[in-house]
Each structure stands twice: as structure tokens, then as C-alpha cells.
Design a protein around this ligand. Structure first.
Ligand code: HEC
Length: 296
């Protein structure tokens, strides 16, 4: 009983924090997502499957800069001004493009990095700049760029003094629009277990661990498990009595509004953004049934 009470005190504290967070997210889900995905300060990135084998202590700041060719009626801007990251650490930046005209336009981006000698060490994993891109009249999209800076930057005598890098993009109207890929694919991008893992760390891990009961029940293997069935966890009566099995669909409804989905249940948070919900569910589904290495 003692344990139960202290659990609910902690839960109440979380409710307060989440109420504040909720206000922020409802103003700008995207910025919030971005904040969570980009700030790797408290170790979240260690879990990401980074593209570089090593991550060094050395930190660089990457600034973002955008422009459009004269006469091209697009608005194009970086969502964040800069990102600080460790060499070898994978980072995600967003750029926003809007077609201000009343007709479809295909564009392609060119980019460069300054100081130019750093270009060798600036590695992009995903970028809209690899393709011809189409925006329909009035369409507005956010485009991700995933990148890292090669740790060898610090050992090259030519570049070891560099602490600031600027990544610049310019959009040009395309001359070969037949090859265009619709930029709206970024709105409907495949759910990514990796993004879901980062969201889990920032939004769920305060209450849930994968392999141990914390404030909430352990969540490894939750997909396929009957709701309210993990031995040893003091579920609410409502969740215990719910006759549902956790599937991607029921999890989606739960995360969208636990108390709506199961009235009387006691999880004091929700995930308003549908894409975030899908990413988190993809992450939970993708987990191996057994811990790969000791939890902790
Ligand atoms: C503030 C604490 C808190 C946060 C944050 C939180 N949960 Fe929960 N969660 C709980 C509690 C408490 C329960 C048990 C609810 C009950 O008994 O009614 C629960 C239950 C669940 C269940 C049901 C599990 C089962 O065994 O039936 C799932 C699934 C779940 N949470 C997923 C998530 C996910 C995914 C996130 C992140 C998006 C999250 N939770 C964030 C506290 C939290």
C-alpha cells in the first residue's frame, strides 16, 4: 500500500509537468518533436544507431542558411538556426518550404558547407537535396536532413581548428520536372522505429522502462499482451478489467487519449501528434522479445 501511494504521488508530479508540456506541444508539435530529437545532451543519442562508429567529445556548432533563386515563388527556411553536436553524433535538422504560387512547382536544391575544407567531413544520411522535389500550389512541408560530422575532422591538421560549420541550401526551379518526387512524401513518411525510440526516451521513459516496473508497467513485449496483465504491477481497476489486447491499433487509441479509450484508467499523459504515436508504436513493435543486453 505504501508503495502504491508513493507511486501515485510521483504520478501526480508528472501530471503537473505534462500539463505544461502539453501546452507547448499543442502550439508546436513539430518544434517540440524537433527539440526532443535534436537535443542529445542527456544521452538520448547513445541509443540511436548512429552512422559513425565513434562519437568524440569534441563539439561543433552547425548553422543553417537557406535561399531561393530569384523569381522562384517559394519560401524556404531552416526550422532551427543551429545545432550543437558531437563529432560522430547523428543529428536531425528540419527545413520548411512553402509554395507561395497558385501552381505546382518542381525545384531542386544545391548546397554547400563552409568553411569549404570541412565538406569532406560533413556526411548526410538523408536529404531532400538528393532529389527533384515538387510542391503543389500553396503546399507547405517540413523536410528532414540527417547528418553527422566525421570525427576525423579533429585529426586533420587542416580542419582541427574548426568549431563552427554553416550548411547552406539554395532552391532552384527545376528544368526537368518529369523526374520530380512529390515533397508531400515527407508528410506521409514511413514510421521510423528510430525516431520512435527517441520519442520514447523523452516522453515515456520518465514512467516506463522496458524490462522493469517503474511508475508504469514494463513495456517490452507489450504488443500482443493483454491490457492490464503484467504480473506485479498495481493497475487501475479499469485497465485490469479492460478486455483488450495491445495491437498497433489499440495502442494508437490508447496513446491518443487513455481516459477516452479506457474510462477510469490512470495513465496521465497522451500523445497528440498521430505521427509521433505511429513512430512510438513502431519502436515498441520492433523491440526484440528479450533484452539484447542487461538493462540499466
Ligand atoms: C506520467 C507517467 C506516464 C507516462 C509519461 C507514460 N505512461 Fe504509460 N502508463 C502509466 C501508468 C500509471 C499506467 C498504468 C495505467 C493504469 O493502471 O490505468 C500506464 C500504462 C501504459 C500502458 C498499458 C500497459 C499494460 O500493461 O496494459 C501502455 C501501453 C503505456 N502506458 C504506454 C505508454 C507510452 C508509449 C508512453 C509514452 C508515449 C507512456 N505510456 C507514457 C504512466 C505513464
Amino acid at each position: 500500500m505504501q508503495k502504491l501511494t508513493s507511486t501515485w504521488v510521483t504520478v501526480a508530479a508528472f501530471v503537473a509537468v505534462l500539463a505544461v508540456m502539453g501546452t507547448v506541444t499543442s502550439y508546436s508539435v513539430t518544434l517540440y518533436r524537433l527539440f526532443c530529437q535534436v537535443t542529445g545532451a542527456n544521452g538520448t543519442t547513445q541509443r540511436a544507431t548512429g552512422p559513425s562508429a565513434t562519437v568524440s567529445d569534441r563539439v561543433v556548432t552547425v548553422f543553417f542558411d537557406t535561399s531561393v533563386a530569384p523569381n522562384m515563388p517559394w519560401q524556404f527556411r531552416p526550422v532551427q538556426r543551429s545545432i550543437k553536436l558531437h563529432l560522430g553524433q547523428e543529428a536531425l535538422a528540419f527545413f520548411e518550404a512553402k509554395n507561395l504560387s497558385d501552381h505546382d512547382i518542381v525545384g531542386h536544391a544545391t548546397f554547400n558547407v563552409t568553411p569549404e575544407k570541412v565538406g569532406l567531413y560533413f556526411k548526410k544520411i538523408q536529404c531532400f537535396c538528393f532529389n527533384e522535389e515538387k510542391l503543389t500550389a500553396g503546399q507547405d512541408v517540413q523536410m528532414p536532413v540527417t547528418f553527422f560530422v566525421d570525427p576525423r575532422l579533429a585529426t586533420d591538421p587542416n580542419t582541427e581548428e574548426v568549431h563552427e560549420i554553416t550548411l547552406s541550401y539554395t532552391f532552384f526551379q527545376s528544368k526537368r520536372p518529369e523526374d520530380a518526387i512529390d515533397l508531400s512524401r515527407f508528410d506521409a513518411r514511413a514510421p521510423a522505429a528510430e525516431i520512435g525510440g527517441q520519442l520514447f526516451n523523452t516522453q515515456c521513459a520518465g514512467c516506463h522502462e522496458l524490462d522493469r516496473i517503474h511508475i508504469g508497467p514494463a513495456l517490452r513485449g507489450v504488443v500482443g499482451r493483454a491490457a492490464g496483465s503484467l504480473a506485479g504491477y498495481p493497475y487501475s481497476a479499469a485497465l485490469k478489467a479492460a478486455r483488450i489486447v495491445w495491437t498497433p491499433d489499440t495502442l494508437n487509441q490508447w496513446l491518443a487519449g487513455p481516459q477516452n479509450f479506457i474510462p477510469g484508467s490512470q495513465m496521465p499523459m497522451q500523445v497528440a501528434d498521430p505521427t509521433s504515436r505511429q513512430d512510438i508504436i513502431t519502436y515498441l513493435t520492433s523491440l526484440p522479445r528479450q533484452p539484447g543486453r542487461p538493462a540499466g
